[in-house]
Design a protein around this ligand. Structure first.
Ligand SMILES: *Cc1c(COP(=O)(O)O)cnc(C)c1O
Length: 359
């Protein structure tokens, strides 16, 4: 497969947004050096010292983008930074989905935020469940989208998928990029933990591709709230038009800039964590009440046990919190366990072993 796709934003973007101009803040109208700033109604005093907390942050986060863009080999003009990936997910709805008319395609079991923002933005939800191996039923998906061609605006593919942990093969993603009528979003929150390459390799070819990444998982910065969206320049321009003017706080920008100096340690920790994950998977398989440990390309394991609620309650009683996913479609009897430190995994394993008698 070696096709390419271009998009016509005049057709895809909602009318009210197509003709919008971004809010022009003081900080975006003047950028340069000066000694006296009296343009933004800021306080001249920084009560915390001289951290610059009295000044508005760069609305386009140029310094941060200049550091992130070479790391992925994608031009800064094709990068949007959001208050978590959640902001980018919300903006996708606002930009492309006409409330009550347009549809988003979601494939459960998957990340719950897609449907939360779908409801918030009054989108029609087309739910195409993953099959028993948690793979996409491309035929069903594409024929449903074909019938609904004018309104099939968004498709969310989570790879590796949360909570199932499996990769969606790049060939499948490419097939959907070629045939889905609207925007194909690939959420790669966990891609750092996978052996499969990123969908970013297809960004140049497919203008209908949006790739989401985050600093919340592999980079250990869930607290800072920084997500990334990569797409063609014209989509990024739309995002920049409709985002909150100062969507990334100064402290968040500074925190991520500091973390970028630690890239090598982050890479090393990822390797360590993958080893810990695979070790834990092997150990859990030995427990009699564990029926299945699903293969994982992420930093968590989906585990099917004899009684998910009981396991959850017992672990909780011992001070260990996992996630019960038993009520998610296709996940009956399943819990999701995040991979923690070696010591935490030993404690988990010991505690789970001690439950053999009652589970
Ligand atoms: C954790 C997670 C994210 C990250 O969200 P942030 O808002 O960036 O913290 C995105 N997508 C999926 C599927 C996740 O599990």
């Amino acid at each position: 497969m070696n096709d390419a796709r271009t998009i016509d934003l005049n057709v895809l973007v909602r009318d009210n947004i197509l003709h919008m101009r971004p809010y022009s803040s003081a900080r975006s109208e003047f950028s340069g050096s000066a000694e006296v700033f009296l343009d933004a109604n800021e306080n001249f005093r920084d009560f915390l010292g001289d951290l610059g907390r009295n000044r508005y942050p760069d609305p386009l986060q140029r310094e941060l983008k200049a550091r992130i863009s070479p790391m992925f080999g994608i031009p800064a003009e094709q990068l949007f930074l959001g208050n978590g990936s959640d902001e980018a997910i919300d903006l996708l709805f606002r930009a492309f989905v006409e409330p009550k008319e347009d549809a988003v395609y979601i494939m459960p079991p998957t990340y719950g935020v897609y449907s939360v923002f779908a409801h918030l933005n009054d989108a029609m939800i087309r739910s195409i469940p993953l099959d028993e191996d948690f793979m996409i039923d491309t035929q069903q998906l594409l024929s449903a989208a074909e019938e609904d061609r004018a309104h099939a605006k968004l498709l969310f593919i989570c790879s590796p998928n949360n909570p199932t942990g499996n990769d969606i093969p790049l060939e499948v993603i490419e097939q959907l990029l070629q045939s889905f009528p609207g925007i194909v979003v690939v959420d790669e929150a966990y891609q750092d933990f996978s052996d499969q390459p990123s969908a970013l390799t297809m960004l140049e070819q497919y203008e209908n591709l949006v790739v989401l990444k985050t600093f919340s998982k592999a980079w250990g910065l869930a607290n800072a709230r920084l997500g990334m969206a990569f797409a063609c320049e014209s989509i990024i321009r739309v995002f920049n038009t409709i985002k909150y003017p100062y969507n990334i706080s100064g402290p968040a920008q500074e925190t991520v800039l500091a973390a970028l100096d630690q890239e090598q340690s982050v890479r090393n920790e990822i390797r360590e964590l993958k080893r810990e994950r695979d070790l834990l998977a092997e150990r859990l398989k030995e427990l009699p009440y564990v029926q299945r440990v699903f293969p994982s390309s992420a930093n968590f394991l989906l585990v099917r046990v004899s009684d998910a609620q009981r396991l959850y309650d017992e672990l909780r009683g011992q001070g260990i919190i996992i996630r019960n996913r038993t009520h998610e479609p296709g996940c009956a009897g399943c819990v999701r366990i995040t991979v923690g430190s070696h010591a935490e995994m030993q404690r988990l394993e010991q505690t789970m072993r001690s439950l053999e008698a009652i589970l």
